[in-house]
Write a protein that binds this ligand. Structure first.
Ligand code: NAG
Ligand code: NAG
Ligand code: NAG
Ligand code: NAG
Ligand code: NAG
Ligand code: NAG
Ligand code: NAG
Ligand code: NAG
Length: 430
């Protein structure tokens, strides 16, 4: 989980102890391409920089949080060595966490955004200007701290007014992918105890936490917070996508986990987010080895049961390709289940040994499971996860590829420049 960056700084200004409602991020007038106003802080960072602020928290995070493990899963484990950024399948400057109250938060795992820095005053919330004297100011503690390129802070032109202004390096774009979330109230995942407040993520302004390495591409990290301009884009083509409702791909796994989907291996011996050449026709597949006791791989779209999203709303079936990772031609016997991720509600699951593949290709078998077979005790519009688990109490090692929702699934879609400009909502992609 991300940590507490800027918690101290903004607590006095913003936090009422509960997430406030948030309006759509406003479109920027006179701009084409759907650019919207937002704000960003950062999390994570190199110890070299963070150790300038020991009074914020203990090393190695110094209260800035950790970008290595995000709440969307994604970090591939390597049990040979410790987990480093080599285990994260995206460049560390591209990691981002959306505030849970952002209007397009549902299904945001794996969604990509184009972000650029906006020069000038930083807003504390929708109407107030960020006050430099209230809370923890990074420049007050280490004004000479350099970024990873040896650059010094450009200063705050409105410091005398106690207002924080940011001087961007430039207006170049940074492309980020959501791998984490930024909750207003931070709790311990095991005990549920409140461990802190991420007040910038509490509402009023569209907020995104960038990794330290992404933030420093846009402005000096000593700023700590900046106004941004952003828009959702296709991860593949960088073409703008519809903003609200945000895009969820009806393909859950293509050559990678597609937009909208978290990837959660559990109790695994090994896992691969994307294993080149292991997929159907030599593409990427996602693979896992599960010990005899239990374990599985879950794909989930967080908060996506709400109206406008509902990736299974019109679904007729779930389709996927399955093979033994070790090369045996025997189709692994695993269970496939569906459910609602946020409410922890589950449908029935089925064993692949009870199903007939719709086709075979090499050692791969394709299955197509009608949604009705899951016999969900709730409407299919509330399904937000699919899971693949160890069925037989034996060691099992398998790869999955081209996991798709058949029928109309996913939400949002690609937009033309003109419709982005006016903010028109597009029909849900079929
Ligand atoms: C913004 O914060 C100020 C206090 O700093 C508060 O008076 C004001 O109501 C807040 N505005 C909104 C829209 O919440
Ligand atoms: C794990 O780390 C070891 C040592 O660096 C490396 O040889 C191995 O390929 C890694 N395994 C995976 C799955 O990345
Ligand atoms: C900033 O906060 C200080 C301390 O609360 C206050 O005296 C000052 O008026 C504030 N300045 C602005 C510009 O809001
Ligand atoms: C920062 O650098 C300036 C000039 O290089 C120096 O005068 C000042 O003492 C330094 N401040 C701190 C806190 O190190
Ligand atoms: C903008 O700043 C970034 C980060 O310093 C730099 O990598 C990039 O080359 C700059 N872009 C332009 C167009 O100057
Ligand atoms: C959705 O997934 C498909 C299949 O992997 C991929 O080709 C397509 O680019 C994705 N769409 C977007 C907008 O990411
Ligand atoms: C396939 O996986 C590799 C990493 O193993 C990754 O670099 C590549 O981008 C993936 N291909 C696609 C099309 O996503
Ligand atoms: C697959 O191969 C690995 C490494 O060769 C081995 O450790 C594992 O036991 C095998 N798994 C199965 C299910 O055969």
């Amino acid at each position: 989980m991300r940590g507490l960056y800027m918690a101290a700084a903004l607590a006095a200004l913003l936090c009422t102890g509960r997430a406030a409602a948030q309006a759509d991020a406003p479109l920027i007038q006179g701009e084409s391409g759907g650019w919207r106003q937002g704000r960003a802080t950062f999390y994570g960072g190199p110890e070299r920089f963070l150790q300038n602020f020991p009074d914020r928290g203990p090393p190695p995070e110094y209260g800035f949080g950790d970008a290595l493990f995000g709440s969307c899963g994604y970090t591939q484990q390597n049990y040979t060595e410790g987990v480093t950024y080599d285990n994260v399948p995206f460049p560390k400057e591209s990691l981002a966490a959306l505030a849970n109250v952002d209007v397009d938060f549902p299904g945001s795992c794996g969604r990509c955004y184009e972000v650029r820095c906006k020069n000038g005053l930083v807003l504390a919330n929708g109407t107030q200007i960020f006050n430099t004297t209230q809370g923890y100011s990074l420049p007050a503690h280490a004004p000479n701290a350099t970024d990873d390129y040896g650059r010094h802070w450009l200063g705050n032109p409105t410091e005398d007014l106690q207002e924080q202004s940011v001087l961007c390096w430039n207006q170049s774009s940074l492309f980020v992918v959501v791998t984490d979330n930024c909750p207003c109230i931070q709790t311990d995942p095991n005990t549920g105890a409140v461990t802190g407040t991420n007040s910038p993520c509490c509402g009023n302004i569209y907020h995104m936490d960038l990794s330290y390495w992404g933030f420093e591409q846009l402005a000096h990290p000593l700023n700590g917070i900046m106004m941004t301009e952003f828009r959702p884009v296709s991860c593949d083509t960088h073409q703008p996508l519809q903003f609200n409702p945000g895009f969820i791909n009806s393909t859950i796994y293509g050559d990678k986990v597609e937009t909208g989907w978290a990837w959660f291996p559990y109790k695994q011996n090994t896992d691969n987010f994307w294993l080149p050449g292991a997929g159907i026709g030599g593409s990427n597949a996602t693979c896992i080895e599960l010990g005899p006791k239990a374990g599985g791989l879950t794909f989930a779209s967080r908060k996506a049961a709400q109206s406008g999203y509902q990736p299974f709303g019109q679904a007729s079936a779930v389709e996927f390709w399955l093979k033994d990772k070790n090369g045996s031609s025997t189709i692994p016997d695993i269970t496939v289940g569906a459910g609602n991720y946020d409410d922890k509600k589950y449908c029935s699951s089925l064993k692949t040994s009870s199903l007939t593949p719709v086709q075979r290709q090499g050692i791969y078998a394709q299955f197509s499971i009608p949604i009705s077979s899951f016999q969900c005790p709730f409407d299919k519009s509330q399904i937000t996860q699919v899971g693949f688990q160890n069925a037989d109490g034996q060691l099992v090692s398998f790869c999955l590829d081209d996991i798709k929702i058949v029928g109309s699934g996913g939400s949002g879609g690609q937009v033309s420049a003109s419709s982005v400009q006016t903010g028109r909502r597009l029909k849900t992609a079929a």
